[in-house]
Design a protein around this ligand. Structure first.
Ligand code: ATP
Ligand code: MG
Length: 699
């Protein structure tokens, strides 16, 4: 048998090589595993946790922090299978954000927030931003809510608080945003709410300003392990330190070459200075890559060598041989999609491959559309990971707003969302009266709606509606506590008659069905949560939903578990592996992204790391493709092949191998290459008799 068989054996093998074993056996003190892609870093983390538990450490004294919900679930599963079913206590494996939620739920009152704070999602943030801008009379043309959130997000990831934002603002827009930032932050606090970035910032603030809180939180665990440490930002870095400095049992693993969140404030220096931060640390290097074929690794090594600022290291293939990666050129983006999908369809006729052995990876969110169209046309099963989120759908957001209101009635954003949805006689005028009074009296809208004198000033229908909402919230606060939450949710939907609202808004029966199905899916998520959580509460479910954000855990997991071709961005592919990887749109402007081309330097290096992440996801087969023309605003434009293609196949000058002068003009070099010699043969191909991809370009 060929390749797939050996790949399967590799994937099932249970061993550890000597340096991996050393890392797993180092059970205390600071430990750094700095190693390239696919060398078994995540495997080390899971095996080490299992070993700690076997050596007598209580499972629930171990905290493992990973970057995505998916990685956290996977880690829990892997540990469970390593230990067998017998353990009742589980190690805590979660993301930074979800750990911070737990800390804040216990401690946030020290910062003047209610313990029952709500977590604002993007939509909530936008409505707050809009009202802040309205308060300070900034017209939409000057600064849109989205722009404001962009600035605030940028500041928050760099840990710049409102007081310091004005100092770093340079343009007029930024100054305005800095003023609005303060109001936005106050607005959150007034509403008892935090946004996603606050989860980290406030946790850090707690640990810095309240030593006893830090000590108490640190004392909950004896071991801390962090995967993908290269992507920690300043707050995360300091949170890790605060949690680990008493017990010093800190194990971090990562790869400086895969640092791809610099744009969100991650600093690769954190991993590079680990050994000086923790002077007595053990450092383990791993070199053998167990994931990919030697042919794929040759390309990966060649590419990443173009980055100057890095720990020099080479991936060594533990697997021998393999097919040459291919580069395909197509006349346009439609043909690219057709070509890639046809290739997958052809391979799928062979029993050895399943749809979920294939991943199509892209750089931007606009790219998958052509592929989706083609996959739908051919009827192949696929999932788009991280597309328009289930939780962004109107009906889902409405019902979540009801749940949030029941959980905490002072959540004004949620209240305003559903105050007249479905219509109940609280029109714009009445709502305005109520909100104005709330602002004047400095009370929450909900409190105002309970004051008889104020309610009496509303028209009859408005009075009835206030009473109705109050009764609804009270009744369901009881029911969610005392009975199955799924049943309570169903009863609530009936009570507000949300189905009629759907029928009112959508004419077509299939639309109505799809909307109701989405709500059913929400009920399923609630049911799954109820079954899984130790002490299920409505608040706990809502936390889970907010933390999952655009890639809610169960939803995304279910997608990935379905046997379907995976479409995802390079960013979300981090840590994963697939037998067949298609990296599409290998063009200047897409990868590297045009924003980074504009600034060059570090930004291009980060794009190169992103490309490296993509290449190293492939286990057996890698196909890189590009379109020679691509539509922009409806018009086909000529494209330029990505500079990374030339670097990958050795047609560009390697800075470590020779003349650095050529490196100064990579774009020129690429353009010249394009007109004279394309990086590979065009996409005309003869289907090989084996059904396996044919060997392609020379390297
Ligand atoms: P990435 O940098 O992409 O996150 P990683 O370093 O975390 O990669 P893993 O995902 O842990 O690497 O491992 C890559 C693959 O190699 C997995 O399929 C894993 O099971 C396998 N593997 C790791 N170590 C060994 C080993 N000693 N023997 C056999 N297979 C191994
Ligand atoms: Mg990993």
């Amino acid at each position: 048998m060929g390749h797939a068989a050996s790949a399967t054996i590799t994937r099932m093998a249970h061993g550890l090589n000597p340096p991996q074993q050393k890392a797993v056996d180092t059970l205390s003190g600071p430990l750094l595993v700095l190693a390239g892609a696919g060398t078994g870093k995540t495997r080390v983390v899971t095996y080490r946790i299992a070993k700690l538990i076997k050596s007598g450490i209580e499972a629930d004294r171990i905290l493992a922090v990973t970057f995505t919900n998916k990685a956290a679930t996977e880690m829990q599963e892997r540990i469970r299978s390593l230990l067998g079913k017998k353990t009742d206590k589980q190690p805590v494996a979660c993301t930074f954000h979800s750990h911070c939620v737990r800390v804040l739920r216990r401690q946030i009152q020290h910062l003047g927030y209610p313990a029952k704070f709500s977590i604002y999602d993007r939509g909530d943030q936008e409505s707050l931003a809009r009202s802040v801008l309205r308060e300070i009379r900034v017209p939409n043309e000057t600064l849109r809510p989205g722009d404001l959130l962009y600035f605030i997000g940028g500041w928050k990831t760099k840990c710049i608080r409102p007081a310091d934002a004005a100092a770093v603002a340079s343009t007029d827009k930024e100054h305005l945003a800095a003023i609005a930032y303060r109001r936005y932050q106050n607005g959150l606090k007034q509403r008892g709410a935090v946004d996603f970035d606050d989860l980290l910032l406030l946790t850090e603030e707690l640990f810095t300003n309240f030593e006893d809180v830090r000590r108490a939180e640190a004392a909950l665990f004896d071991h801390l392990l962090v995967d993908e440490y290269q992507d920690t930002n300043g707050s995360q870095y300091r949170i890790v330190k605060a949690l680990a400095k008493d017990h010093r049992n800190l194990c971090v693993v990562g790869d400086d070459d895969q640092s791809i969140y610099g744009w969100r404030g991650a600093e690769v220096e954190h991993i590079l200075r680990f050994a000086s931060d923790w002077p007595d640390s053990t450092v383990v290097w791993l070199e053998n890559n167990y994931r990919s074929t030697a042919e794929i690794l040759t390309l990966a090594n060649r590419l990443i060598a173009f980055n100057k600022k890095r720990h020099p290291k080479e991936l060594k293939a533990a697997r021998s041989g393999g097919q040459q990666p291919r580069i395909e050129q197509y006349p346009n983006e439609t043909k690219e999609a057709e070509g890639v999908v046809a290739d997958i369809a052809r391979l799928l006729r062979h029993p050895e491959w399943e749809p979920n052995d294939f991943a199509i990876l892209f750089r931007t969110n606009e790219q998958p559309r052509a592929f989706e169209t083609e996959l739908r046309r051919t009827g192949l099963p696929y999932v788009l990971v991280g597309g328009m989120s289930f939780f962004d759908r109107k009906e889902v957001r409405d019902v979540l707003a009801y749940l949030k209101l029941i959980d905490s009635p002072n959540d004004e954003v949620s209240l305003l969302r559903i105050i007249n949805t479905p219509p109940r006689g609280l029109g714009g005028k009445s709502v305005e009266t109520l909100t104005k009074t709330a602002v004047q009296q400095g009370k929450s809208l909900w409190t105002i709606m309970q004051q008889p004198d104020i309610v009496a000033s509303l028209p009859d229908a408005g009075q009835r509606a206030c009473e109705e909402l109050r009764a609804l919230v009270e009744m369901f606060q009881q029911r969610f506590e005392n009975e199955s939450m799924v049943d309570a949710m169903r009863a609530m939907l009936q009570r507000v008659d949300y189905e009629s609202e759907i029928k009112r808004l959508y004419d077509k029966p299939e639309d109505q069905q799809a909307r109701m199905a989405a709500l059913e899916e929400l009920a399923n998520a609630l049911g799954a949560y109820e079954a899984k959580a130790k002490k299920p509460t409505l608040g706990g479910f809502l936390d889970d939903v907010s933390l999952g954000g655009p890639d809610f855990k169960d939803e995304k997991d279910k997608q990935l578990k379905r046997n379907a071709i995976v479409l995802m961005t390079l960013h979300s592919a981090k840590g994963l592996e697939f037998p067949h990887v298609y990296m599409v749109g290998m063009e200047e402007g897409l990868l590297p992204h045009h924003r980074s081309i504009a600034v060059e330097g570090e930004a291009i290096d980060e794009e190169r790391r992103l490309c490296y992440v993509g290449v190293t996801r492939a286990q057996d087969y890698l196909t890189l493709s590009m379109a020679l023309t691509r539509r922009k605003w409806g018009k086909p434009r000529d494209t330029i092949p990505s500079r990374f293609l030339f670097e990958l196949i050795g047609q560009a000058e390697n800075p470590h191998a020779g003349n650095p002068a050529t490196r100064q003009r990579p774009r020129g070099a690429v353009r010249k290459q394009k007109s004279e010699s394309p990086p590979a043969q065009p996409a005309t191909k003869s289907p090989s008799t084996t059904g396996k991809p044919s060997t392609r370009p020379k390297s």
